[in-house]
Design a protein around this ligand. Structure first.
Ligand code: AHG
Ligand code: MN
Ligand code: MN
Length: 341
């Protein structure tokens, strides 16, 4: 990989090309998908930045497939990504948190050999209160015959991803992605409208400072999860207490832990036995990034990247972040649960 110093001005376009040159058989299709995602990200960022000024705050009268009230920005981000991606000839289908079924490529556009799955706006509940939100995406190669993408192309284990990333619309807009050659972060310079390399080769600290969990569900957790959270909080005398940071946007909580080290946990609970977060376009892409940055992601039973998906919008428990903190989670969650007498 070309080594860049912190002062060299490297646009995301230049970086993608340099990365592509490292893969002799690369066709350039994946590079162009990443460019197009960066373009969509700039368009969403410009709306998010002015959310209070344009008619983009608040909720629609519609619900998404999850039964959640859609925010105007959810719908805008969803449409922006679809329109930026559907005509490029690189994709054979898409899937979005905001759309019940597979999104086909319109008949008049060429099909490609990749599928894109995405959460167009993560952390929707935070839009109106100006707390960071994000976009998460995952790219896989088509495995079925024929031109059009099918459900089987979407339902591949996370280990089959060829690219994954997120955009965080925070104090600055950052795009972080991996294609399997490490994790790289780019910061949008709004004065020139370019994503510039700001965080080359991000590595997540092996043990973290931060614990991100919504413990209002504590009463619904099983005993192993409760014991695990006591360990993270230093209440069982085995480790220093971690600082609790939870903003309610997975991308914001994950990004902070990527840079500062830590763990984000959304355990299964009696109210949500499969957890809340979605496997295909939240857990899988972030798990690929975490792994490439030296971290890990686990669902309480197995590695997130090994889970064989069965449904497009299936949910999963999620423990993701620093390697040693995930090892602690494995230790606690693999214990035999005392059977309720
Ligand atoms: P989305 O806005 O895409 O539905 O995602 C919201 C998710 C995730 O961003 C966050 O970590 C989690 O919901 C917060 O859930 P709780 O409010 O139950 O803690
Ligand atoms: Mn989300
Ligand atoms: Mn969302």
């Amino acid at each position: 990989m070309v080594k860049h110093t912190a002062t060299s001005v490297v646009t995301i376009e230049r970086f993608i090309i340099e990365q592509e040159r490292l893969v002799p058989e690369a066709s350039g299709a994946l590079s162009s998908i990443l460019y197009d995602i960066a373009l969509a990200a700039k368009m969403i960022a410009s709306k998010v930045r002015r959310a209070g000024l344009v008619d983009i705050l608040g909720a629609m009268e519609t619900q998404n497939v999850q039964g959640e009230i859609q925010q105007k920005l959810d719908v805008f981000a969803n449409e922006t990504i679809i329109k930026a991606m559907d005509h490029t000839g690189r994709l054979c289908a898409m899937a979005s948190e905001e759309v019940p079924d597979i999104i086909p490529i319109p008949d008049n556009f060429k099909r490609g050999n990749y599928v894109l799955l995405f959460d167009p706006l993560d952390g929707s509940s935070n839009i109106d209160v100006n707390v960071p939100v994000g976009t998460i995406f995952s790219v896989m190669r088509k495995i079925t015959r024929g031109a059009d993408g099918e459900m089987e192309d979407m339902l591949q284990p996370g280990r089959r991803q060829v690219a994954a990333g997120y955009i965080i619309y925070g104090s600055s807009t950052m795009l972080v992605y991996t294609t399997g050659g490490g994790v790289h972060g780019f910061t949008l310079d709004p004065s020139i409208g370019e994503f510039l390399l700001s965080h080359p080769d991000i590595k997540i600290p092996t043990r973290g400072r931060y614990l991100s969990v919504n413990d209002s569900y504590e009463q619904f957790w099983d005993e192993n999860v409760k014991a695990l959270m006591r360990r993270y909080r230093g209440l069982d005398g085995h480790q220093k207490a971690m600082s609790v940071r939870y903003v309610g946007s997975l991308v914001a909580d994950f990004h902070r832990n990527m840079l500062g080290g830590g763990i984000f946990a959304y355990p299964s609970n009696r109210q949500a036995p499969k957890g809340k977060l979605r496997l295909l376009y939240e857990a899988n892409p972030l798990a690929f990034i975490a792994k490439e940055a030296g971290g890990a992601a686990y669902d309480g039973t197995e590695e997130i990247l090994d889970v064989q998906p069965t449904e497009l919008h299936q949910r999963t428990p999620l423990y993701i972040g620093s390697r040693d903190d995930i090892a602690t989670a494995r230790e606690f969650l693999s214990r035999q649960l005392a059977t309720v007498g």
